[in-house]
Design a protein around this ligand. Structure first.
Ligand code: COA
Ligand code: AMP
Length: 629
């Protein structure tokens, strides 16, 4: 069957489609029905089933005689280390760590924060939680103590699983001081912290609370898999919204397994045993779905890559990893390709490696600009698939499903809706827009299995953020259009979220931090276009009356404040002091107009602007830092 038939078969009978897909999962109690709509507009899937995610990702492959197959390849150009872990070895590691968690009183439903870099133990940590039904929440290593503290208070974890450090090309990032700082800041105090001591840094342990990763496993009984209800939360993953308070996206266990497993063949075109590589980080949704669960559940070998696309040691690292480990399908963010292209525009490093194993490149996480797509296509000679999704959905909403059929590629579009998703473009009143016209992108409810059923402890916020603007639809927060062939185009966000190097960040969150500086009376943060990272945050600071300090000092303090409170990942390095901010007569800051000025784009003077002269001041200020030329 081709894409169209499969999509239509889903649309005609979603229940039958997902029950059929569910057969690829090993259940403790198989579902008798797929959708549970008793609580609409809140939907759940496979609620009458019982299943264990770790069993499906690990044990079942061992039981099927594939214990010797490599499950995880660890390749760390940053340390020079490489390792291979078979499914049988992975099972032992996971069962032992899960046993240690049980010995510390952690059981089904308890939350565990995972704060780890790209080492195989990060996957072991996630799977150990899944094994006993504990709910993990992985926090990206580039976030500072304050962000970790916010997540600790929201998720209320019993334990934190951590490494002593992460490794950036220019520095060792010690995690323990960040964790200790976060626990000091948070109201909720986790009882147990388990630390993987890395060679690069030995973290001091606090007696009675902190345990060494290996010592805590000594003599414990390996844990068995605990079957959980289909709608049991597999994990919480915090993502940026409009305010500084991150949204705790909940991932339901059964739907997640069914849907991810379906995508491995149909979207990514890999068969069990193939090597699949997502060069992302376990701290992001790509890492959850396509470094850990998707490939392992489907019986693929996954790669844990601890390095950067350039500089570790050079712009040929990706090609080496692909060729050395026989990667079939490769997934990364466009920014990584832009980084390589900038250093090696002719792609000369590629000539050193045999990439004949590679069948396709997948890009997501931010808009894939046509230049980057063309460059990647020319360089690699394989289909370059842009696909669109979000932390909330957990897997592709729109893609070119190579495992079903290679649809014609339209550069600039992540192709077409995947089964499960009825994507529509709506005007402000919720009316469907004609093909080719811009509007808000919404998805008709119910969302398919594995997508977020709610936000952690925040059902009202879930409804308000996603279900209220367009009744009967999920609001994606993206704007764009669908052409007459059904190809989706994602053009912009409709909220304060920006995308920096494929990382989703909230400008509202940065504004909250800047507003805390004693000399800042008012501020605005916008995302300006950046050749490498897609977008970069720029802050505008209005100082409190009477403050008479060198502007560069205030700017430097503000940059440090964001780095200390949100983290280096915010990449907040540019700020300018201005006298006033452009506003509407009702006092709303005109951020979108400021973005257009910064990007030197034409804009319509907003009819409601209070004082148009302020826009000239903003332009001059932006010119002083190299924008609005
Ligand atoms: N722990 C601690 N710090 C981290 C970090 C981590 N896990 N990840 C990034 N940082 C730091 C970086 O060291 C950098 O710090 P600096 O200001 O001291 O230089 C800062 O956060 C910004 O990082 P980043 O935006 O990633 O920029 P970069 O210059 O280090 O690298 C790229 C640029 C394009 C090479 C890099 O962003 C990249 O590889 N991106 C791939 C995107 C990706 O994987 N996205 C995930 C979603 S698919
Ligand atoms: P995240 O939740 O971090 O995965 O970020 C999701 C957001 O990134 C989406 O809502 C989009 O704004 C953007 N995004 C992800 N993939 C794409 C894509 N292929 N094209 C354009 N934007 C994308």
């Amino acid at each position: 069957m081709g894409y169209r038939e499969i999509y239509d078969s889903w649309k005609n009978d979603p229940e039958a489609f997902w029950l059929e897909a569910s057969k690829a999962i090993d259940w403790d109690v198989a579902p008798t029905r797929a959708l549970d709509d008793t609580n609409a507009p809140l939907y759940e899937w496979f609620t009458d089933s019982k299943v264990n995610a770790c069993y499906n990702a690990v044990d079942r492959h061992v039981e099927a005689g594939k214990g010797d197959q490599v499950a995880i390849i660890y390749d760390s150009p940053i340390t020079g280390r490489k390792d291979k872990i078979s499914f049988a070895e992975l099972k032992d590691k996971v069962a032992n760590l899960a046993g240690a968690l049980l010995s510390k009183g952690i059981t089904k439903g308890d939350r565990v924060i995972v704060y780890m870099p790209m080492v195989p133990e990060a996957l072991v940590a996630m799977l150990a939680c899944a094994r006993i039904g504990a709910v993990h929440s992985v926090v990206f290593g580039g976030f500072a103590s304050n962000e970790l503290a916010v997540r600790i208070d929201d998720a209320q974890p019993k334990a934190i699983l951590a490494a002593s450090c992460g490794l950036e090309p220019n520095r060792v990032v010690e995690y323990k001081p960040l964790i200790d700082g976060a626990i000091e800041l948070s109201q909720h105090k986790p009882e147990t912290v388990i630390v993987l001591q890395r060679e690069e840094c030995q973290a001091p342990l606090i007696e009675g609370r902190d345990y060494d990763w290996h010592a805590v496993q000594d003599g414990v009984t390996p844990a068995d898999c605990v079957p959980v209800e289909g709608n049991h939360p597999a994990y919480i993953l915090y993502t940026s919204g409009t305010t500084g308070a991150p949204k705790g996206v909940v991932r339901p266990t059964a739907g997640h397994l069914v849907a991810l497993n379906w995508t491995m063949k149909n979207v990514y075109n890999v068969d069990p045993g193939d090597v699949f590589w997502a060069a992302s980080d376990v701290g992001w949704v790509v890492g959850h779905s396509y470094i850990t669960y998707g490939p392992l559940v489907h019986g693929n070998t996954t790669i844990v890559f601890e390095g950067k696309p350039v500089g570790t040691p050079d712009a040929g690292t990706f090609w080496r990893v692909i060729s050395e480990h026989n990667v079939r399908s490769f997934f990364t963010a466009p920014t990584a390709f832009r980084a390589i292209k900038r250093v090696d525009p002719k792609g000369e490093f590629k000539a050193k490696y045999d990439l004949s194993c590679l069948r396709a490149l997948y890009l997501a996480g931010e808009r894939a600009d046509p230049d980057t797509i063309h460059w990647a296509q020319d360089l690699l000679g394989v289909p370059v698939v842009d696909h669109w999704w979000q932390t909330e959905t957990g897997y592709a909403v729109a893609a070119n499903p190579l495992g079903i059929e290679e649809l014609p590629i339209k550069v600039g579009s992540p192709s077409v809706a995947m089964p499960g998703y009825d994507i529509q473009v709506l005007d402000e009143a919720g009316n469907q827009m004609p093909a080719g016209e811009l509007g808000a992108i919404a998805i008709k409810l119910p969302l398919p299995p594995g997508t977020l059923p709610t936000l952690w402890n925040a059902e009202e916020r879930y409804k308000k953020s996603y279900l209220t603007t367009f009744p009967g639809y999920y609001e994606t927060g993206d704007a764009g259009m669908i052409d007459e062939d059904g190809y989706v185009y994602i053009m912009a966000r409709t909220d304060d979220v920006i995308n920096v190097a494929g990382h989703r960040l909230s400008t509202g969150g940065m504004e909250e931090v800047l507003a805390n500086h004693p000399d800042v009376a008012e501020c605005a943060v916008i995302g300006v276009t950046d050749q490498l990272k897609g977008q970069l945050p720029v802050g505008f600071l209005c100082l409190t009356d009477g403050v008479d300090r060198a502007h560069e000092d205030v700017v430097a303090e503000c940059v440090k404040l964001v780095r200390d409170q949100i983290g280096p990942v915010a990449a907040f390095k540019l700020a300018i002091v201005v006298d006033r901010l452009p506003k509407t007569r009702s006092g709303k800051i005109l951020r979108a107009t400021m973005v257009k000025i910064a990007d030197s784009e034409e804009f319509k003077m907003p009819a409601t602007i209070d004082d148009p002269a302020i826009l000239d001041e903003i332009k001059l200020a932006l010119q002083s830092i190299g924008y609005a030329q």
